[in-house]
Design a protein around this ligand. Structure first.
Ligand code: ATP
Ligand code: MG
Length: 408
């Protein structure tokens, strides 16, 4: 029995998965920087108020998923359940609106939500997220989808589906919410307990319920598409036109509402059908009022977050490429050989090569076995003869090709 284990729903990411994770992170940085996004490092802890205000009191996250505690001076602190609220706070606090507009940022790191752990759903999980501030134009929404397409393409994830919706704005949504409340009130006895609660606090979220019984009821629910105001309709149509223009396929799903309160207009999810129930890999949307609500100037914005565990699960199924750095293994006999190997290793590492040095007190045979286990690309043996002649043999393991190297 292990004396210690991780908390429930919290995972170690250990080799060989480290390569896959590095790969995903590198691709995201590469692709996002092509689109002009800058890295922003936001804190893991914030005042609880930030999330309550930003995410919304009636949401699942704020109601039951936050890791909240009092610090030593009695302030209420929360481990971040998502990144957008912090980026918006930081945007205002650091006057980032002074940067050339639109301002684009991405972040990467762990998030914390007290959820029921299952495949693809954890209590500590990683997100790569991005936010754009200062553009209300649907071309910005379209650019985000173009960037995500490139990202998915480069990480090698195929068979995904982009689902879009518009959830309106403060002008048209209240009417829609009223019609939702009217509709669901008639069925309230047959709703799950969560949905009966949502009916009071967050009616939009009724559409997002995964419960089967609620699913049957919501089939007949009024759709937001029919309630959008002229401006929201235009925005949505223009976005669809720009997606078509770029050959980005999508489906319209009027049930996509997102769990957070701050969204306006475009809401979207990218799903992949082979990871079971937790099939949303990327989710996001527009939030044109949050910056202002947080005390900043009126600033339209749009963002998204990629769930890394879910993405890694999908790519692992596809036997992701193990991005190999060629390894040179030094099998060495005696301390003098160790001196030589150390000096040569320094040189090779400077060239960016991965070097491992055997233990001089191990036999040659056991060092060769280790080289094999490491899957070393080539082995250099240094013993007394090599030290005397100043020449060693570098042997490539897969085909046995040999090359002389000067060990001085
Ligand atoms: P879900 O409906 O699956 O609970 P969500 O709407 O709560 O997702 P967001 O807050 O929008 O998700 O987060 C964006 C992405 O982060 C999700 O699409 C998912 O890939 C990932 N994600 C969210 N919660 C978790 C979690 N508990 N464990 C692992 N990944 C998560
Ligand atoms: Mg959730």
């Amino acid at each position: 029995m292990n004396k210690y284990s991780t908390l429930k729903g919290v995972c170690d990411i250990v080799p060989p998965d480290d390569k896959l994770w590095d790969f995903i992170e590198e691709i995201s940085k590469e692709v996002f920087s092509i689109y002009g996004f800058k890295n922003i490092r936001i804190p893991v802890i914030e005042y609880t108020e930030l999330f309550k205000r930003g995410i919304g009191e009636g949401t699942d996250i704020v109601e039951k998923e936050m890791y909240t505690f009092s610090d030593r001076s009695g302030r209420s602190i929360t481990l971040r359940p998502e990144g957008t609220a912090s980026v918006v706070r930081s945007y205002i606090e650091n006057n980032l609106s002074d940067l050339p507009s639109p301002q684009k940022f991405f972040y990467l790191g762990p998030m914390f939500r007290y959820e029921r752990p299952q495949k693809g759903r954890y209590r500590q999980f990683y997100q790569i997220g991005a936010e754009v501030f200062g553009s209300s134009n649907p071309s910005t929404d379209a650019e985000i989808f173009s960037m995500l397409n490139m990202f998915l393409d480069k990480v090698g994830l195929t068979n995904t589906q982009l689902q879009i919706n518009s959830i309106g704005c403060p002008i048209c949504r209240p009417n829609y919410i009223s019609s939702l409340i009217e509709f669901f009130s008639k069925h309230s006895d047959n709703l799950c307990t969560d949905c009966q609660n949502r009916l009071q606090k967050n009616p939009l979220r009724l559409l997002d319920c995964k419960n089967e019984g609620c699913g049957i009821i919501k089939k007949d629910a009024p759709l937001i598409t029919q309630s959008l105001c002229g401006e929201c309709v235009n925005h949505h149509n223009q976005l669809k036109h720009l997606l078509d223009l770029q050959g980005i396929s999508f489906i319209e799903n009027p049930l996509i509402v997102r769990g957070l309160d701050y969204y306006t207009k475009t809401a979207f999810e990218i799903t992949a059908d082979h990871i079971g129930a937790q099939n949303t890999v990327i989710a996001g949307g527009r939030y044109d009022n949050l910056v202002h609500e947080f005390g900043g100037a009126k600033t339209p914005a749009i963002g998204f977050a990629i769930g890394l565990e879910r993405l890694a699960l999908l790519l692992k199924d596809k036997e992701m490429i193990d991005k190999k750095v060629p390894l040179i293994y030094f099998a060495i006999l005696g301390d003098k050989a160790l001196d030589k190997a150390l000096l040569m290793a320094k040189k090779y590492r400077k060239e960016g090569l991965w070097v491992e040095i055997g233990n001089p007190s191990d036999s040659l045979k056991s060092q060769m076995k280790k080289a094999d286990k490491f899957n070393a690309e080539s082995v250099i043996i240094i013993g007394e003869n090599e030290i005397n002649s100043g020449i060693a043999i570098k042997k490539r393991m897969n085909d046995g090709v040999q090359e002389e190297v000067n060990i001085n």
